[in-house]
Ligand binder design. Sequence first.
Ligand code: URP
Ligand code: ZN
Ligand code: ZN
Length: 456
Amino acid sequence: MDLIIKNGTIITAADTYTADIAVKDGKIHMIAASLDAPEGVEVVDAAGKYVLPGAIDAHTHLEMPFGGTTSADSYEAGTRAAACGGVTTVFDFVIQGKGKGLIESVEARKALCEPQACVDYAFHTAITDLRPEVLEELEKSVEYGVPSFKVFMVYKKEGLMVDDGVLAAALEKARDIGALVSVHAENPDLIDRRIEKFLGEGKTSAWYHYESRPEFVEAEAVKRAIHWAKAFDAPLNIVHLACKEGLDEVTKARDEGYQITAETCPQYLYFNKDVYKREDGRNWVCSPPMKGQDSQDALWEGIKRGDITTVATDHCPFQSYEKDWGKDDFTKIPNGCMGIENLYPYMLSEANKGRISFNKAVEVCSYNVAKLYGCAPEKGTIAAGSDADIVIYDPNMSFVVSKDNMHSDVDYTIWEGVEMTGYPVMTFSRGKLVFKDGEFVGEAGWGQFVKRKGNK
Ligand code: URP
Ligand code: ZN
Ligand code: ZN
């Protein structure tokens, strides 16, 4: 035995109970009402605290070339911040290089990530170039441990967008090989037309980022993607869902029995489109943008109903000087926000305030994520045999987010001043303490690649 966590209230997606946990060789070895610690074994007293599975942030963009620059958190900074926010597994997006293979693209990013990762990591691949041999490579990618792919329905100029033919081909293939396709759903033609119109009218503030891609622009693409998934009877995951109309379509498809899942992000649950009216509104520019209050309310209802199955961050931060490039022209603002360190504390804080149960917060931030993406039961729960990815949470602690108490490399946070009721006090990654009382105590290179299973 290496570690015993005593007297804590264990909360999983399904249960809440008081017990002791023994950890051995990075795994949860045993859970029992009372465990005695042999001589020399470290004991953590979690009396009065909650003991939770580490969160899994299934949507990050670390040191990703994008928007004319590279996202500001390296793999080290991003996974360090993750550890300090109770995230013990990070899923990063690999963008398939044009003319490159899928596994080749993953291996290049893996080589970059490996020496830096402070917590465990996995990858999704964003398909940008679905040549016939790449379509065939999808199956090898599943065997390699990367059974999930993202398809961008936008970012034409950035060279990331694929057309509906590619989306349909990916869906069909993924269905046959037990893989999962996720989409970034917005209508690119509408966005382009609206941008051109607003710039022509001299409407250049961050508000017009929202106006160029409002609710109906996202909703149309969500409906179109679901239409194709239904046509091919293929599983489909809508990432960073931000609008009510899109969610309604997800709900309808799920009620009809289709394998449609949806992810939303903490920024859509906390902020609404009014942030773009602020003088510093550019800091909240991401795509899809925050929407109206009715969408935000619907997203929370979707979580409660179970139609939104996962919550992840879309962590893609840029420094304020980079956001400032778009001070006088919203089209020059690099798209993306931060949140990797805020995801779990925010969702747990909402649970603490009674909006959702703690079990629900664990379900959407950890359990469902592991299940959907093929890394359960090693990840996503507290059970004998699972990885000892554990967060100790103090429900009575007050915490106010500030750039100075965050652990990423970014020089501001959109979460500045947000008050959390309760906060993580310790994070263990496979039994190793990586965060304690506000400090990162882990090490770069500790994190391991999570080889995931497909659904066949
Ligand atoms: O604005 C965003 N979301 N940036 C990251 C790339 C993406 O679309 O997920
Ligand atoms: Zn996206
Ligand atoms: Zn993203």
